[in-house]
Structure formats: C-alpha cells, structure tokens
Design a protein around this ligand. Sequence first.
Ligand code: MN3
Length: 199
Amino acid sequence: MAYTLPALPYEYTALEPCISKSTLEFHHDKHHAAYVNNFNAAVAGTELDSLSLEDAIKAVAGDAAKAGIFNNAAQAWNHSFYWNCMKPAGGGEPTGALAEKIKADFGSFEAFADEFKKAGATQFGSGWAWLVLDNGTLKVTKTGNAENPMTAGQIPLLTMDVWEHAYYLDYQNRRPDYITDFLTKLVNWDFVAANLAAA
Ligand code: MN3
C-alpha cells in the first residue's frame, strides 16, 4: 500500500514573494517526493507497508536499525504537514479558541512568536520548529533532522521547516528573515486552530 505524495494545497506561485515557485518546485517535487519514494521502497513487502505513515513513524522511532525508514517516513509526514501550515496571505495573529489558548499558555501572542522565532533560529543545522500540545499545554519545541514531537507523545499543531532547502534560494543565509516572513505572512492559523480543536 504505497504512500502517495500529496499535491501542494496551493499553486507553486501562491507563496511568492516570500517562497518562490522555484523553491516549492525543488522542495515539493524533489525533496518531499524523494522521502516518499524512499519510504515506499524501504517498506515494500514488510509489515510496515500496511501501517499508516503516522503508525509507521511511531513503530520505528528509536530503532537504530530502522533509522533510514524513520527518517524518510517522518520527513514525508513533516512536509505534508508543513505545506498545510502555510497559505497565501497568511500570517498575522490567530483568533478564537487558539488565540485564547496561546495567551493562556504563553502570556501573549508576542511571547509565543518570540519563542517560536528563537526555536527556529537556534536549531543548529537541519530541523524543524514546532507548536505542540503537550499534556494539554501549548509548547514551542524544535527537533533535529527528521525528528517529530509525536514520538515524544506531543501533538503537532504547527511546524516550520528550517532545513536550508526550505529557504536558501530565496533568503540565502538569512534564516531569521525567512522565519519572520513565515510568521507574519505565511502561517495558516485556520489549519493550526483545526489541529487544536481535533487534539
Ligand atoms: Mn524540507
């Protein structure tokens, strides 16, 4: 039961000028596609083939002998999630229950934003910044390479890819500028709110 590469939820030009068509073509059609293809090839004919991507990730997490499967499965999941975390003319601040929860758990939206920016900027090398629900409390966290907080029992609500391939064509070494644009112009708060409501 091969896992299929999901199409981008918007046009390749939809996130310009922040994230270019060229970045999305390489990032989705090459990087994300490779993770999906590698995962499918690795699990074909094994018991992992019948599992959902999420269950496969949890099944092999921490198993050094299956690190290759974990990395490709988690990267396939992380990228699908990341595409949905952005939208054209996104960003700004959330409203409703999500806004209230952020204020309750971080003190203010600005305090959340500062923590999220810091997580993205200080992730050394490749990885991800996250907003998660951890035992009922919102937290900001960061993970290296393919790691996903769901393996620690946390529920991902928002993620930002800080691998260089996510921003280098558009921002070169200016990761902080990519992060600022992500928060102010790209975040799809409706998706994050739906994740919180479903958690
Ligand atoms: Mn990526």
